[in-house]
Design a protein around this ligand. Structure first.
Ligand SMILES: C[S@@+](CC[C@H](N)C(=O)[O-])C[C@H]1O[C@@H](n2cnc3c(N)ncnc32)[C@H](O)[C@@H]1O
Length: 345
């Protein structure tokens, strides 16, 4: 049920009926949660813009709810009891003004807006409070866009982050919160403990973010970055051209790992929402790394993959979680996995 909070009593409207579940919107709040706030966005609410899930929730409570979701997934799927804290990242302004890329849908009248929840209908809006100030949102929304089905906005095709410049091709992945690259890189480097001779795999490498910060710490080793999207792999090659110990491979991780037999000291993986899955987890373990750092945008597939690592005797050593998508239910986790210590004979 959208637009409600745990502990509230509401009247609701059913929005979708399936054989095993219903979807609903809370339309009248009969008993309020103390964590309910007036949504800062005038376009959120039942039947309105589908972009944000939690405009009506106090920001600290949003983070507590996300932490509870991560803990629950780990408990239910990986059978692990962990308390989780979701941290704000630098550049957070009350959870607003963070999205550096936006896609607006264009309706038959040529006006741009955002889709309603689980719908092709477009909510007409005049502003978007989570959009970054560098995006010309209000002027795009005031104009008409005949003949177009969508308008894409991006604050820059070349960004500076973690001390380097990054070229991002159209359609290539880059974290949308300006504080995300720094926060994730900080957590990944702290987890990995890179040594000068290490051979490190950066799997699902995008335009090379993690390879670019690991390579200078392993001057006598090598970083192999694997990315399947050809344009992103080409951008990674150009972004990391000054780092002679980086090799960028344009291939699918599962396919490439099948032919990789050399072993690795460290692995960082940052897969899309569907996670890594059994074949990739088996192959990573087969590389016999010292540590694996798993960056995850979906806590349930992370928990499934943590359980797959556990089948090989690996343990979840630590877990950080970041609020890279305030006002939505999304959360990003960085998990450190290590081989379980063998008992002394
Ligand atoms: C969540 S993004 C991470 C990118 C990068 N680590 C970063 O932080 O900017 C996932 C990346 O994996 C790529 N990808 C998706 N499936 C893949 C696969 N099977 N093999 C290799 N790369 C894949 C996507 O194109 C995307 O660039």
């Amino acid at each position: 049920m959208r637009h409600a909070l745990p502990g509230e009593r509401v009247s609701l409207a059913i929005t979708e009926e399936k054989s095993s579940y219903l979807r609903a919107d809370a339309i009248e709040i009969l008993r309020r949660s103390p964590h309910r706030v007036v949504p800062p966005c005038p376009f959120s609410g039942p039947g309105r813009c589908g972009g944000c899930d939690w405009q009506h929730v106090e920001l600290a409570e949003q983070r507590r709810l996300k932490a509870a979701v991560v803990s629950e997934q780990l408990r239910r799927i990986a059978k692990l009891d962990r308390s989780v804290e979701v941290q704000a990242v630098p550049g957070d302004h009350d959870g607003l003004g963070w999205r550096t890329r936006m896609r607006f849908a264009v309706g038959p009248d040529g006006r741009a807006g955002l889709h309603r929840h689980r719908s092709k209908e477009i909510e007409p809006i005049s502003d978007c409070l989570i959009a970054h100030e560098s995006l010309p949102v209000t002027s795009v929304l005031a104009e008409t866009w005949p003949e177009m089905s969508a308008v894409d906005l991006s604050s820059a095709d070349i960004v500076e982050a973690v001390g380097r410049q990054w070229q991002i091709p159209e359609g290539g992945f880059w974290q949308v919160h300006p504080g995300a690259p720094g926060a994730l890189v900080g957590a990944v480097l702290a987890d990995l403990g890179v040594q000068p001779c290490d051979v490190c795999l950066d799997l699902y490498a995008g335009v090379g973010l993690f390879a670019g910060v690991i390579a200078p710490l392993a001057p006598d080793g090598e970083v192999i970055a694997v990315e399947s999207q050809p344009d992103a792999a080409a951008a990674a090659r150009s972004n990391l051209a000054d780092l002679t110990n980086v090799r960028v491979v344009a291939d699918r991780v599962d396919r490439w790992l099948r032919g990789f037999t050399d072993g690795a000291d460290l692995v960082v993986l940052d897969p899309p929402r569907q996670g890594a899955g059994p074949e990739v987890v088996d192959a990573i373990v087969g590389c016999r790394p010292r540590r694996v750092c798993y960056v995850a945008c979906d806590p349930s597939t992370l928990a499934r993959d943590v359980a797959l690592f556990a089948n090989h005797g690996w343990v979840l050593d630590s877990l950080s979680a970041f609020d890279l998508f305030p006002m939505t239910a999304h959360v990003e986790c960085v998990a450190l996995l290590v081989p379980a210590e063998k008992d002394e004979p």
